[in-house]
Design a protein around this ligand. Structure first.
Ligand SMILES: [Zn+2]
Ligand SMILES: [Zn+2]
Length: 81
């Protein structure tokens, strides 16, 4: 099951589980669409994998399957991986 991390690793913007702006790689490194398509050019800076749209979890499933609350954030940002 996806962790649904709460924010972008690059800029720490909030990415709630119903956000259409979340992008993830196969390891669930999580970014906002602005970073993913901007500075990262569609590639995960951690593993080199492709970044794709994160599926949204339906609201009625979130009560039993809550999203991760652990923020992963790189204070140094993601420029020039
Ligand atoms: Zn971002
Ligand atoms: Zn990755």
């Amino acid at each position: 099951m996806l962790e649904l991390r709460p924010g972008c690793e690059c800029c720490d913007v909030d990415l709630p589980p119903d956000s259409p702006d979340a992008r993830i790689c196969s390891f669930e490194c999580t970014f906002c669409v602005k970073c993913a398509e901007g500075v990262l050019a569609g590639r995960c800076p951690n593993c080199g994998g492709e970044l794709v749209a994160r599926p949204r979890r339906p609201a009625e499933k979130l009560a039993k399957n809550p999203p991760s609350t652990k923020r992963v954030f790189k204070p140094t940002g993601c420029a020039a991986a």
